[in-house]
Design a protein around this ligand. Structure first.
Ligand code: URA
Length: 434
């Protein structure tokens, strides 16, 4: 078998066999197939697509390229959750302790941020002392003991995706349905949960700009998960504006703590309750989503979800005092407001521009090697539909370095689109698939 022939076949729009897909993933992971040939195949896939069989084969080959996590030592139905990535998406920080407080074990492996989207692991590391690199035994032990752990993916979990994702990121081949589906589902399958709730984002801050594309991606992922014997549900949710108010690591932890305390931004709270209740239904704790929402609302209001978060922070070496005194989180030296230049209503907030601004302030990485500053970021004060007056603060920049500041100001100001009439209310969740 030759890589050249596989590239040519896909370039001509022909179907690849299981053996050809396995040959590519095995050879590329082992370093025997060079980046330039892998990049050519990715671009051919981007234009010609993969059918369902090819996508499922690619997922299985990738899932098998490294370690498989064995969660069988944890009793009960283990439910995982995955977001396709967005700006201000701190749902995992809220959901993992919330669902664990309802008695469902959550053994969560999360990623770091890249580009304009943040990563849960970076956010957790803004809590002084918090350790995200637990050994597999400690990870399982912690979930058995307190019902929840969030850790960084082990070095050898789906190595094929690590290499392919990095290559896609620099070859403009990220936003392809079969490539995203195989990337996400290979990690979910290797991570060992019995059931998975997918949060598929759509809008200007997401990889899938239209609801139709997001739905097609969701259907593919649900079908692949079922083929692998998992229970799967996908929610299509809005990313036409940042989720909540904060984009930046410690700033997002602070907002997650507020939400776990029964307050927090209404869109974040609503999405967490919906995703969480679907997790409870998959785990068999409740049979109806509405019952799950009621149960979880009670846990937020009675302080049980916050108590579970405190327990997790302590178990992973973090300073549990941040939970009650969030001022102990790292804070930027300087704050600067971005003001509205006119009166009107917020019609749209370009989430990607807010995410890029936060990244340029130091909250994210341009390349995998960059280090991040946990304190910095952007907090928006207005959301779509809000009325603003000339001079009102649209957002606050949390700054530690003046490098890129002019561009950051421009991005944040440019992200807000004002109109003279109130725009129609936005939906937070468009549909549920599965
Ligand atoms: N998230 C992933 O894990 N992979 C993708 O390809 C896109 C989003």
């Amino acid at each position: 078998m030759r890589m050249y022939d596989i590239i040519l076949k896909k370039r001509q729009g022909l179907e690849l066999s299981t053996e050809e897909i396995n040959f590519f993933i095995r050879g590329y992971t082992a370093g025997e197939i060079p980046d330039y040939q892998a990049a050519a195949l990715l671009m051919a896939i981007f234009f010609q697509g993969l059918n369902f069989r090819e996508t499922a084969d690619l997922t299985v080959a990738m899932a098998g390229s490294g370690d498989q996590v064995d969660l069988s030592g944890i009793p009960g139905c283990k439910v995982d959750k995955h977001s396709t990535g967005g700006v201000g998406d701190k749902t995992t920080l809220v959901l993992a302790p919330l669902v664990a407080a309802a008695g469902v074990p959550v053994a969560k492996m999360s990623g770091r941020g890249l580009g304009h989207t943040g990563g849960t692991v970076d956010k957790l590391e803004s809590i002084p002392g918090f350790k995200v690199n637990l050994s597999p035994d400690d990870f399982i032990r912690q979930v058995r003991e307190i019902g929840v752990a969030i850790v960084a993916q082990t070095g050898n979990l789906v190595p094929a995706d690590k290499k392919l994702y990095a290559l896609r990121d620099v070859t403009a081949t990220v936003d392809s349905i079969p490539l995203i589906a195989s990337s996400v589902m290979s990690k979910k399958i290797a991570a060992g949960a019995d059931a998975i709730v997918l949060d598929v984002k759509t809008g200007n801050g997401a990889f899938m700009r239209s609801v139709e594309d997001a739905s097609a991606l969701a259907r593919t992922m649900v079908a692949i998960g079922r083929l692998a014997g998992k229970k799967v549900v996908a929610l299509i949710s809005d990313m036409e504006q940042p989720l909540g108010f904060a984009a930046g690591n410690a700033l997002e932890v602070r907002e997650a703590i507020e939400t776990l305390s029964g307050r927090g931004p209404s869109d974040l709270r609503e999405l967490c309750l919906l995703l969480g209740s679907h997790m409870l239904v998959l785990a068999g704790v409740t049979s109806r989503v509405e019952d799950g929402i009621k149960l979880l609302t009670g846990l937020l209001e009675r302080g049980h979800a916050l108590a579970k978060f405190r327990e997790m922070v302590q178990a992973q070496g973090g300073d549990p005092r941040v939970v009650d005194e969030p001022d102990r989180l790292p804070e930027a030296l300087q704050k600067e407001q971005v003001a509205a230049q006119e009166n009107g209503f917020v019609e749209a907030i370009h989430a990607e521009m807010i995410g890029r601004a936060a990244m340029l302030l130091g909250a994210g990485r341009k390349t995998r090697e960059d280090t991040i500053d946990p304190a910095v970021g952007v907090v928006v004060h207005k959301k779509v539909g809000d009325r603003v007056g000339r001079g009102d603060a649209l957002a606050t920049l949390h700054i530690n370095s003046r490098e890129n500041l002019a561009l950051v100001r421009q991005l944040v100001a440019g992200a807000f689109h004002l109109s003279t009439v109130a725009p129609p209310a936005r939906e937070l969740v468009y549909s549920v698939i599965g």
